[in-house]
Ligand binder design. Structure first.
Ligand code: BES
Ligand code: MN
Ligand code: ZN
Length: 490
């Protein structure tokens, strides 16, 4: 997608579709809200006013009305898109791109009412994310409609150009994450994920180290190895390092992502219905990898270390059994009461290893529990922490990045859920508060470092598709991680 800025008057913009944002009117308000929308209304002798008067279009978020061959404009179509009460440029650009590519449009111009770095970046992100389809493996019926040119209509300048560059890098990295998550278990194994990490490292300039099973054994990563036992596919602990050049800020941000390339549940096997979706159980790891791909280009001033424990969770004659006791890297023992609670078992060894590599702050992302989907549905990422200040930093970053996250409790009172009669910890905490006991398990290995756990089980996969994003992997986490590192120390 070619992306450029133009300062031309609306009437002169020569594109297939010219998009203006019409904001919703509050009770008693009149006129067309939004500067570009008002200008387009004038140029078309009141088309938008008429739409609003008829009630057919109210400016409700992401509603779309199209005027073909608008008389006063050079563009082939004028598109009014609802901005709702507060317009998110990502959603608007994404919804416009998705609606228009279905109509064989190739070039789109979007008029921005406010033109700063953040607005430009967000619009570009929305356009590139809206262009993505999960059709990598379709040989027929592939979506061939592509928007090849996207123009931002606003005053040009360094801030807008910086926003475009940043938006492109972030969104392309998020789409890279979505492509990985979309890969099925037969095509993306732990070894395959490690190959992708090596490729990113050599293309964009990161250090990469992949620990194999032998090194895990030498180190004593018994929990991670226990999960890997049932699969013929060898495990991998992927480590990527970004180091700032010149004057670095204090700290080393550790990003840890669950990389279960397929989760059958193991011996505690899952029901077959819906099991195909468990190819997305590496979405946390893929988000961390996507964020590193972007950060290697955007060069924040803080060091960032990514760790992705990658395994396939399978039943089999070598698989770990319910009741097995494993020795974790940090020395705590765990009774594996349910082999399907495998995410925490691989993450606990990765968290301890992150400490040994010198991380000062930890954020993990994992499709960890069905319980978080019960609690928060498909809308918010569940956020757990042992450090309120660090949590607020990530909340601020996620808000700016347009990713919804919601703080969950982690009181001492929940700790007892993980009691085991035979080991230091059990790997499950019973039926109620399942997302919280899972988070408590991780906390046992992250303490005392400032740490945040993101349960993305409900948000990493979009079940029905949205006006601005297709069905399939969302790539959630990438934008917040990038934003957190970029505003480090600020
Ligand atoms: N990968 C699953 C979590 C999951 C479930 C993600 C549904 C997306 C949708 C995880 O490994 C798992 O199986 N968790 C169990 C834990 C339980 C055995 C304590 C769960 O949530 O059922
Ligand atoms: Mn599982
Ligand atoms: Zn899992």
């Amino acid at each position: 997608m070619n992306i450029q800025v133009s300062n031309e008057p609306l009437s002169a913009v020569d594109v297939d579709a010219l998009v203006v944002v019409v904001r919703e009117r509050a009770e008693g308000e009149s006129g067309v809200k939004g500067a570009a929308a008002a200008a387009a209304d004038q140029a078309t002798a009141g088309w938008i006013s008429e739409l609003l008067a008829s009630g057919e279009f109210t400016g409700k978020a992401l509603d779309i009305a199209i005027l073909p061959r608008p008389a006063g404009l050079k563009a082939k179509k004028l598109v009014a898109i609802g901005g709702g009460k507060e317009a998110d440029p990502r959603r608007i650009a994404g919804a416009a791109v998705r609606a228009l590519k279905a109509k064989k449009v190739a070039s789109v111009a979007l008029a921005l009412d406010e033109a700063g770095e953040g607005q430009a970046a967000a619009a570009v992100e929305g356009a590139i994310l809206g262009g993505w389809e999960p059709d990598a493996h379709k040989t027929a019926g592939k979506c061939t409609d592509r928007i090849t040119s996207f123009t931002l209509l606003c005053a040009d300048g360094d801030a807008v150009q910086a926003g475009i560059r940043r938006g492109r890098i972030v969104a392309e990295s998020q789409n890279f994450t979505r492509d990985l998550v979309n890969e099925p278990g037969n095509r993306l194994t732990p070894t395959g994920l490690a190959d992708h990490a090596r490729q990113v490292a050599s293309e964009f300039g990161l250090e990469c180290d992949v620990l194999n099973g032998d090194r895990m054994k030498q180190l004593g990563m018994g929990a991670l190895l226990g999960v890997a036992m049932g699969s013929a596919e060898p495990p991998a602990l992927i480590v990527l390092k970004y180091k700032p050049e010149g004057h670095a800020l204090e700290g080393n941000l550790g990003l840890v992502g669950k990389g279960v390339t397929f989760d059958t549940g193991g011996i505690s096997i899952k029901p077959s219905e819906g099991m195909e979706k468990m190819k997305y159980d590496m979405a946390g790891g893929a988000a961390v990898l996507g964020a590193m791909r972007a950060l290697a280009q955007l060069k924040p001033r803080v060091a960032v270390t990514a760790l992705i424990p990658a395994v396939e969770n399978m039943p089999g004659d070598r698989a770990q059994r319910p009741g097995d006791i494993v020795y974790t890297l940090n020395g705590k023992t765990v009774e594996v009461l349910n082999t399907d609670a495998e995410g925490r078992l691989i993450l606990c060894d990765a968290l301890e290893y992150a400490k040994r590599l010198g991380c000062t702050h930890l954020v993990d992302a994992a499709t960890l529990t069905g319980a978080i989907v019960v609690a928060l549905g498909y809308v918010n990422v569940g956020m757990f922490t042992n450090h309120d200040g660090f949590r607020d930093a990530l909340l601020g970053a996620s808000k700016a990045a347009g990713e919804k996250m919601w703080p969950m409790p982690l009181d001492e009172d929940y700790k007892d859920l993980l009691k085991s009669a035979f080991a230091d910890l059990a790997n499950i905490g019973g039926r109620w508060g399942g997302a919280i006991s899972a988070a408590w398990f991780l906390k046992e290995f992250a303490d005392p470092l400032p740490w945040i756990h993101l349960d993305i089980a409900g948000t990493a996969w979009i079940e029905d598709g949205k006006p601005f994003l297709s069905k399939g992997p969302s790539g959630v986490g990438v934008r917040s991680f990038v934003e957190l590192a970029m505003r480090w120390g600020g």
